[in-house]
Write a protein that binds this ligand. Structure first.
Ligand code: MG
Length: 368
């Protein structure tokens, strides 16, 4: 089988809540997502998506994804989309770095492989564990009382895990954490995600002030070394996210005892192939994971569901349904949450069909 063409689409994903805000005053109103359709010399096509969390979260931005695809795409024509590891080696040879650019192509090729095999991607990624997977809800940064109300509202929709966006002024963040924990029940999980927003002295103040609270602390500071220092000075369970972008980072974190949970974001690693490698390594090392991406619509949510559903249940800390945050659907067949949980499609491939009427004309394409 050969790749004969790539089509790249741009689509805006507005938010039900109007905007999404996190540490240091960062905010996005409308997500700018990129969809890639990979065409082959058979009648099978595959679809992938990449959606950075604005330009200020990871070293990734929406226009960069599309520019990178124009560099990468022509060099993939004629390659076999079903030979995923080999294809990834080719992508790494012709474009150094830029994992998020490669993510949508890799995702689309897993969709193709599943359709060729007649199996859901979930099966190809290792097997399906249980009926469904547990989701968290990210709670956009607002004043403490509004965040507590939002948590109460989402809890009534079935969510039991909440990721509070902190990383603001420490006094405000302490109030946010306490206000939200107050309204939760035993068994609910609360994660305070600072998204690198605290200096070390601020992080120390917060972890000391909430030491009696049942809360996880996520990525308090920008660097690995800073996070490790906070980790060594708190008894609260600890999550690393932004600095965990490679197998090397996982191995170093495991050797240092730097975290209890890591977040595996598909585009941060460069696609499902490398995210699977990271996921399998974490299982071998005994590290629990949140399986997700930086952001996305229906296609990324489908890809997340397959990787999450093929993760042994006890290692899956949480996952996420980004398509429920946005007002625009871009594919049929994507998973939709039921009671704070979702399940991967049982259809071949990712189990989705892009809505071409919503995507409009491609912004760029190449073909053999
Ligand atoms: Mg995070």
């Amino acid at each position: 089988m050969k790749i004969t063409g790539l089509k790249v689409y741009q689509v805006d994903l507005p938010l039900h809540e109007g905007n999404y805000s996190w540490s240091e005053g960062k905010s996005v109103d409308v997500f700018d997502s990129t969809v890639v359709v990979v065409e082959t010399d058979s009648d099978i096509t595959g679809t992938g998506e990449v959606c950075p969390l604005g330009p200020v979260y990871l070293p990734a931005y929406a226009a960069g994804a599309r520019t990178g695809l124009q560099e990468l795409g022509p060099q993939l024509l004629g390659e076999d989309p079903t030979q995923l590891v080999k294809l990834n080696r080719t992508m790494d040879r012709v474009l150094k770095g830029h994992p998020y650019v490669k993510s949508a192509v890799d995702m689309a090729c897993w969709d193709i492989l599943g359709k060729v095999a007649g199996l859901p991607v979930c099966s190809l990624l290792g097997g399906r564990y249980g009926e469904d997977v547990v989701l968290y809800r990210a709670i956009s940064q607002r004043p403490a009382d509004e965040m507590a109300q939002n948590v109460a509202d989402y809890r009534s929709e079935g969510y039991r895990r909440f990721q509070l966006k902190v990383g603001g002024r420490p006094d405000d963040d302490i109030e946010r954490i306490r206000a939200v924990r107050e309204i939760l029940e035993p068994g609910d999980k609360l994660i305070a995600d600072a998204n690198t927003g605290w200096l070390m002295h601020e992080a120390m103040r917060v972890v000391n002030a909430v030491r009696d609270v049942d809360v996880y602390i996520e990525q308090p500071c920008p660097s690995y070394e800073q996070c490790l220092s906070i980790r060594r000075n708190t008894t609260l369970p600890f999550v690393l996210d932004e600095v965990i972008d490679s197998v090397d980072a996982i191995l170093k974190g495991a050797a240092d005892g730097a975290m209890d949970v890591v977040n595996i974001k598909i585009s941060k690693f460069g696609g499902l192939t490398k995210a699977k490698q990271a996921r399998d390594l974490c299982v071998s090392l005994g590290i629990a994971m949140t399986i997700e991406d930086s952001w996305g619509g229906d296609i990324i949510t489908a890809a997340i569901s397959h990787l999450a559903h093929s993760t042994p249940t006890e290692y899956l800390f949480t996952s996420t349904d980004f398509n429920s945050y946005v007002t625009q659907s871009i594919a049929d067949g994507a998973p939709h949450r039921v009671n704070g949980r979702m399940s991967a499609s049982t259809e071949p491939g990712l189990g989705i069909a892009p809505k071409l009427d919503v995507l409009g004309d491609p912004v760029w394409e190449c073909r053999l």
